[in-house]
Ligand binder design. Sequence first.
Ligand code: NDP
Length: 256
Amino acid sequence: MATSPFDLTGRVSIVTGGNGGIGLGMARGLAEAGAAVAIVGRSTAKSDAAVADLKQRGAKAISVIADVTDKAAVAAMVERTKSEFGRVDILVNNAGINIRKPPHALAPEEWDSVIATNLTSAFLCSQAVYPAMKQAGGGKIINIGSMMSIFGAGFAPAYAASKGGIVQFTRSCAVAWAADNIQANAILPGWIDTDLTRRARAEIDGLHDKVLARTPAARWGEIDDFAGIAVFLSSAASDFVTGTAIPIDGGFSVMG
Ligand code: NDP
């Protein structure tokens, strides 16, 4: 029987922020397609629960406690994954935070913290996995942008800047590493029901209904909506796809 182009048996993935939300939805997809998964986060309890979830699906999974803004911790994250699973084929740069304040109210430290977590982390992690991917003869990098990679956000200037930057960083890696058979793509989630947006809904009056009205699919996204795109962008099925930024948004970004 021919092997499916979506099969990830024997592949090894790292998913930052994989212990909940969109990262866990992607990790579940990778696990069910056959990949081993290293779940990276700061919370031991959340990461242990995510590893148990993946193991229940029959996957190999480990928890790696690391702050992705810390270069030494990122290097240790890659070493731990290699020592457990022998290689790294797939990196999902998903860890992210938001601080909701308009530009005139945002402190420089708050700006730095959002940029470090959402953007610099993707640079540090991508740079750290590059030698292993090159040695393996190729690899897949998936970076998580946002609708704010496209649209401005008066209440989240650092977040929007970080997510715009993610798209350009993705394109740059795609160009730089094409000769190494490494494909880098971004996905741009619409409004997805997670801890991050539960906080936003509590803070922003009317957000829930505004999102429903503006989304052609007429619902908030679920974390399991990210399993398919994670498998596609991690598998041989996407070997000629690189440098893209794909909205996963129920049509939010094309609504007139
Ligand atoms: P969650 O808050 O549910 O998840 C964020 C994850 O990032 C957590 O697993 C958290 O783990 C991890 N994380 C945060 N900071 C760090 C750090 N310094 N080091 C390591 N891990 C860290 O959010 P979502 O699932 O909603 O968001 C995931 C990604 O998707 C983010 O990049 C977000 O910007 C993006 N996104 C989300 C949208 C949505 O509607 N939900 C829309 C568009 C984009 P821990 O707490 O253990 O550190």
